[in-house]
Design a protein. Structure first.
Length: 766
């Protein structure tokens, strides 16, 4: 029977039933990590390594940097004006002689004729220095016009090869040019109209500035500006420019951040040129002033303008009616640091150049226009417009305020002297404090480090009392511990990854007990034990160095005193290396120079003024294991960016912040108290291709030993790095700026990987 049944079932005459309808597709599963069989080591160095055809330092970023920062040097060598005519209705045409040289000092020739298919062009401006309010002065352009929209605009005289109705430009000898303006300066200006004309009277008592720029069509050479201050008392023809009588800012101040200030198509480079057009009384089509002192203050105040904080915007309409919205601009240091622009320009090495000759005007000659450029919801009259606050001095006894009134209260020598500008814009003095790490013991695997620290005055002579240990009373700067006004901590970091040299150390902090790569942190003000011999304090870690830690670790002393009013004073952090295995205490490689950061940031201080001017401190926490998972809401869909976490690895974070506008993918980082730090629209004031603006030489290529990948997901377990999903090392740095789909594809084709474990990375790097 069984055999018969078997035969029946296998009968080739039997028929199959019709196939049923195809079922609906199942839900897509979670993409798994790239399998090791499909991974290869990053091969970026094959093309982008040192000495290769597309070497990053040479063919890519450095080439772009050179092109962006290139310049020529123009110098006006003489100005001639027949003052006898200029001071009358007859008038006289100014004659300006100038030279142009390249950065090597060689003459730039041929700019008065066609170069290939390019027709070089220039713009020339003329402005006089006039008395302003309250002892101040202003530049006023001679050339002006009313636009068709009815607003006043300072104008320049244009010249181009083959142009009509213009002045004359000749070259002789090679590299020396003579320009004769078609406009006459005279005592009898014409009325303002829609045609560019001399609308200001020439006087032989006012300094006149003659300035020039290369035009945007002069693209065969790098741009240049030049200015010459002509003092009528020194004769008709002058070969030496007068000392700048109204130098409030130097271009070098601007370039501390901007590297090479270049606006209006990249051809306006010098403040001396800017002021010849950006005068009081000039505006954009919407009536917004473009007076340089007002416009520049408002731009740099940006998102902190009271009008913007109240929900408004600050924008300026420019060429072609393009709207430039500055409402999101963030000044990269304390906005109260007036000396950033009006003081001595910062330098990396050597002696800083002198401050602008009239830089102290900001504190000695305040005016309503200048002050309200930042304090733009302060009113000096009633009734108040909606959203405005009456100036603290009230209505001045019924009399209208004038600029001269400001000095009574707001200058050091004022008659009432209640709110001097210098005092109220002062940054708390960090130089009164000095941190030191005296020693570190107990640093072998299994031991608990004891760290001894010392806080003194700037000279290192007077130890501060930090707490009640030893029967002391804490000094006032360290006694204000409520709400974290006073805080001092020791941070201890280490690595569990073997390296060839201690300089290659990357901190992992595995075994610290902290989530996502965070180090051990010890409260000195609470737990420091006083040492009477030298006034130092010792704190001992409650967490031992893990058994698998290797190489060199790092201790940092970070935190801040308070000034008595609860203001946190930023003090430079200090660090000290210690040996875990062996005796070598070589410091980690210095990739970035904090002094370069501080050219723009002045005194880089973050996390509530706790971490200050120390890249070495930053990288203890901002390591390849680190994300912001411990600060984010547990539901990733409720976050500002819809993510469950974001990497805070330093290389990815800093590139991502500074390159946000370029990449279109700036990070959103959650910080202390779940604060949201949204950098998606962060701008960079310099040139992103200029890697040397931040990096030390030779530290930003791709030819480096393998290192841990950057964590982008802790996979639900921030205490177990083995399960973290990562981006491979070089790809993490590059993709933080180059974030498009084609960019990622290029990286993946060359060994870059996203969403892989460290074990997978290590497997292909053997």
């Amino acid at each position: 029977m069984a055999l018969a049944l078997a035969s029946a079932c296998s009968d080739d005459k039997s028929q199959k039933g019709d196939q049923g309808d195809q079922g609906a597709p199942g839900d897509a599963g979670t993409p798994g990590p790239t399998g090791p069989e499909f991974m290869t080591a990053e091969s970026c160095a094959v093309c982008h390594g040192t000495g290769q055809l597309e070497a990053d330092e040479v063919a890519l970023h450095a080439t772009l940097k050179t092109r962006s920062l290139a310049y020529n040097v123009a110098k006006i060598t003489s100005v001639a004006l027949n003052q006898g005519n200029a001071a009358t209705a007859t008038g006289d045409n100014p004659i300006v002689v100038f030279t142009v040289k390249d950065s090597a000092g060689s003459p730039v020739t041929g700019l008065a004729a066609v170069i290939g298919t390019v027709k070089p062009s220039f713009r020339f401006t003329m402005a006089k220095l006039v008395d302003g309010p309250a002892g101040t002065k202003d530049w006023q352009s001679y050339l002006n016009k009313n636009t068709s929209s009815g607003y006043k605009q300072a104008a320049a005289e244009s010249w181009a090869v083959g142009g009509s109705s213009q002045g004359t430009l000749t070259e002789s000898p090679a590299g020396t040019y003579t320009f004769t303006s078609k406009y006459k300066l005279s005592s009898t200006p014409v009325a303002l109209s829609t045609t560019t004309a001399v609308t200001e009277a020439y006087t032989d008592t006012a300094i006149t500035r003659f300035a020039l720029q290369s035009g945007t069509s002069t693209s065969v050479v790098a741009p240049f500006n030049a200015a010459f201050d002509y003092d009528p008392s020194l004769g008709d023809t002058q070969t030496t420019t007068a000392a700048d009588p109204h130098q409030l800012v130097k271009t070098a101040n601007c370039n501390a951040c901007h590297q090479k200030l270049a606006v209006h198509g990249g051809t306006r480079l010098d403040v001396e040129y800017c002021v010849t057009c950006h005068n009081p009384g000039t505006s954009d089509p919407a009536g917004v002033t473009v007076d340089l002192k007002v416009m520049t203050h408002k731009i740099h105040m940006g998102k902190d303008l009271p009008s913007v904080l109240a929900g408004g915007t600050y924008s300026v309409i420019g060429y072609g009616n393009a709207v430039h919205d500055y409402s999101l601009v963030a000044f990269p240091q304390d906005v109260g640091n007036c000396l950033a622009c009006h003081g001595a320009p910062p330098v990396l090495t050597g002696t800083a150049p002198p401050a602008p000759t009239s830089g102290n005007n900001f504190k000695n000659n305040p005016t309503i226009a200048t002050c309200t450029s930042c304090h733009d919801r302060t009113s000096f009259a009633e009734p108040l417009a909606t959203g405005y606050t009456l100036h603290k001095g009230g209505t001045n006894g019924g009399a209208a305020y004038v600029d001269a009134d400001c000095a009574r209260c707001h200058t050091a020598g004022g008659s009432e002297h209640t709110a001097p500008i210098e005092l109220f814009h002062a940054i708390p003095a960090t130089v009164d404090f000095k941190y030191s790490i005296v020693g570190v013991t107990g640093t072998a695997p299994g031991e608990s480090p004891a760290v001894t620290v010392l806080v003194t005055n700037a000279a290192g002579m007077t130890p501060h009392k930090l707490n009640a240990s030893g029967g002391n009373a804490a000094d006032v700067p360290w006694a204000q511990t409520s709400n974290g006004a006073s805080r001092l901590a020791v941070v201890i970091g280490w690595s569990t990854t073997a390296v060839t040299s201690p300089s290659e150390t990357n901190y992992t902090n595995e075994g610290s007990g902290g989530k996502a790569g965070q180090p051990v942190s010890l409260d000195v003000l609470k737990n420091g034990v006083y040492n009477s011999a030298d006034g130092s304090y010792t704190v001992t870690s409650t967490v031992a160095i893990p058994a698998n830690a290797v190489g060199v670790g790092l201790v940092a002393l970070e935190g801040h005193p308070a000034d008595g009013q609860g203001n946190r004073i930023a003090v430079q952090n200090v660090t000290k290396t210690f040996a875990i295995t062996g005796t070598d205490t070589t410091v980690r490689r210095a990739v970035v120079d904090i002094n370069k950061c501080n050219l723009c940031h002045q005194n880089l201080s973050l996390h509530g003024n706790n971490r200050t001017s120390s890249i070495e401190t930053c990288v203890i926490c901002h390591n390849a294991n680190a994300t912001d998972i411990s600060r984010r809401p547990t539901d990733g869909t409720a976050t500002a960016d819809g993510k469950a976490e974001e990497s805070v690895d330093f290389k990815m974070l800093i590139h991502g912040i500074h390159g946000a506008l370029f990449s279109g993918a700036g990070p959103v980082v959650y910080g202390f108290g779940s604060s949201v730090n949204d950098f998606r629209k962060a701008g960079y004031p310099g040139y992103l291709s200029n890697c040397d603006a931040c990096h030390n030489s030779g530290t930003y290529g791709v030819s480096f030993p393998p290192a841990n990948g950057t964590t982008t997901s802790t996979s639900g377990d921030p205490l177990t790095p083995a399960g973290f999903l990562r981006t491979t090392t070089v790809t993490a740095a590059c993709s933080s700026c180059h974030a498009t789909v084609p960019d990622r594809g290029h990286m993946e084709q060359n060994g870059g990987a996203f969403g892989v474990t460290q074990a997978q990375i290590d497997a292909v790097n053997q």
